[in-house]
Design a protein around this ligand. Structure first.
Ligand code: NAD
Length: 504
């Protein structure tokens, strides 16, 4: 029996139990590779979310009190299960997202990196201690979990993003509510089973499926202490504004327009290879995908475009069941239509299609949501295709005269998630690294995603609020500091009243 046959009508996962939805509202879950509906996911009402929050709140005190060692034991078992069930999990991810198997495996490996980071939580929870700050008083600070916290996740990393956020939140003692994307809920439900099997107490990991209605309850419910959101920029901004209005700690990670600067001194063959995978991998549905090349110098631009064209035309688009495929379909027909509009719009605005992926060969035999790799040049900064994130395999080439012009174009862009530069010049790299206004920067690195123990997050409209994903910052985001001053006077010490402001 395949995964979809087992899970025709999906559930929530509340208080350790698969719980049927009661709203009567459902959203269809597709297999993008075939275009078929594989399941329907319930969309929770505000009342269902409220109940889930209450149950999480009841579970929180015991988890908070559990020794850090006991909590970490659960994470160790969870990590082991992720490895043991990797093949099954890959199948689940591929079926509902259309990713290639290699790509799904990569996302699990990166997810496990976040679990590893969470396993090191004891190190990060160590407080600070000062002896005798005055009058035999010792002062120390301790980190306490926040309570019930929520994560709202996007479709493009059905496993990695939930793991990246929730592992640390759980490890430091919170109860977590995950609202996965309604397009990929099966992976989140699969993770629920693993948490349960690992011994996580009921109520500490909850999945509520839903749409804006469920999200609004999470944003407004006074029991939710913090929200970590990952998704598109307009929704990230809405989450940040609404969540903070309701006094929550919010980190909202949005979209990206990530450029690769190509310098005339770069090895163009190597750079083109780096561009290809980083730009078109996962059908470009990555917040850190390279969106386009900004090439310095007319001659370099011409040569680089020729090399890219030859390579792009050789890319293979198809189903994840074919191991030779470079990337699969986009997530839905609606998404495909949006991407097609971007291509048509670019042509109308005067850009040129170096390669045209609007009608890939595979569409003759498959109803999957496929698009071929499209490369667009003659792009200028005033065009929509330059200004907006295109979440599909349409990438651009922009020509500039000098490095300064490339840096200025990127700094003027409203998004600032990732950026990279290919060069053999140390001084150019240094100028770039110092002057660029972007959160994650690469030098001769195709996708500059920080590893799990470094902080992840963009600048400008790619991130709203403080706090990072991954890294030590995440432990800070999901805890609050308590500073304690203590003194144990003996009978002989002077404890008379003092009306002056305490000083040392
Ligand atoms: P999305 O913004 O459409 O959805 C993200 C989540 O928000 C989903 O759970 C969805 O149900 C919910 N949502 C959607 N519309 C909402 C609304 N109006 N009100 C409340 N909740 C709403 O994003 P997506 O299409 O699932 O994911 C792709 C986007 O995510 C891209 O823009 C990509 O760049 C971005 N992304 C960013 C990062 C990052 O780390 N910065 C990582 C992955 C993806």
């Amino acid at each position: 029996m395949t995964v979809q046959q087992k899970m025709k009508t999906l559930t929530h996962f509340i208080n350790g139990v698969e719980t049927a939805g009661t709203s009567g509202r459902y959203s269809e879950v597709y297999n993008p590779t075939t275009g078929e509906v594989i399941a329907q996911v319930p969309l929770a009402t505000r009342d269902e979310v409220k109940q889930a929050i209450q149950l999480a709140k009841s579970a929180f005190p015991a988890w908070k009190k559990a020794s850090i060692g006991k909590r970490i034991e659960v994470l160790h078992r969870f990590r082991q299960l992720l490895i043991e069930r990797q093949d099954e999990l890959i199948e689940v991810i591929c079926e509902e997202s259309g990713k290639t198997k290699e790509d799904a495996k990569g996302e699990i490996v990166r997810g496990i990196e976040s679990v590893d980071m969470a396993i090191s939580a004891p190190q990060m929870l160590k407080g600070e201690y000062s002896v005798n700050v005055g009058g035999n008083i010792n002062a120390f600070s301790a980190k306490a979990p926040l309570g019930v916290v929520a994560t709202i996740a996007p479709f493009n990393f059905p496993v990695m993003v939930p793991l990246a956020i929730t592992s640390m939140a759980v490890a430091v003692g919170n109860a977590v509510i995950l609202k996965p994307s309604e397009r990929v809920p099966i992976s989140a439900l699969y993770l629920s089973k693993l948490w349960k099997e690992a011994g996580l107490p009921d109520g500490i990991w909850t999945v509520v499926n839903g749409d804006k209605e469920a999200v609004n309850e999470l944003l407004e419910n006074k029991e939710i202490q913090a929200i970590s959101f990952v998704g598109s920029t307009p929704v990230a901004e809405y989450i940040y504004q609404t969540g903070t209005k309701h006094n929550k700690r919010v980190a909202a990670f949005g979209g990206g327009k990530n450029f690769m600067i190509v310098m005339p001194d770069a090895n163009l063959e190597q750079t083109a290879n780096a561009f290809l995978g980083a730009a078109y991998g996962a059908a470009s549905q990555r917040c850190m995908a390279i969106s386009g090349a900004i090439v310095v110098g007319k001659d370099t631009e011409k040569r680089f475009t020729e090399i890219l064209k030859e390579k792009v035309l050789k890319l293979k688009v198809g189903p994840y069941t074919d191991n030779e495929v470079d990337f699969g379909p986009v997530i839905t027909q609606q998404s495909k239509d949006t991407i097609l509009r971007y291509i048509d719009g670019a042509v109308e605005e005067g850009a040129n299609l170096v390669t045209d992926g609007r009608n890939p060969e595979i569409c003759e035999t498959s109803k999957g949501f496929y698009l071929g790799p499209t490369l667009v040049n003659n792009v200028t900064p005033d065009m929509t295709i330059f200004k907006e994130e295109v979440f599909g395999p349409v990438r651009i080439v922009v020509g500039v005269e000098a490095l300064q012009e490339a840096i200025d174009l990127i700094n003027d862009h409203e998004l600032g998630n990732g950026v990279t530069m290919f060069t053999s010049s140390g001084s150019a790299a240094r100028k770039f690294q110092e002057e660029i206004e972007v959160g994650m920067v690469g030098i001769n690195v195709p996708i500059p995603i920080p590893v799990g123990y470094h902080n992840f997050g963009g600048w400008k409209r790619s991130k709203f609020g403080e706090g990072h994903m991954f890294g030590p910052d995440q432990a800070r985001f999901f805890t609050k500091a308590k500073t304690i001053s203590e003194r144990w006077p003996d009978e002989t010490e002077d404890t008379t009243s003092s009306f002056a402001f305490p000083s040392n």
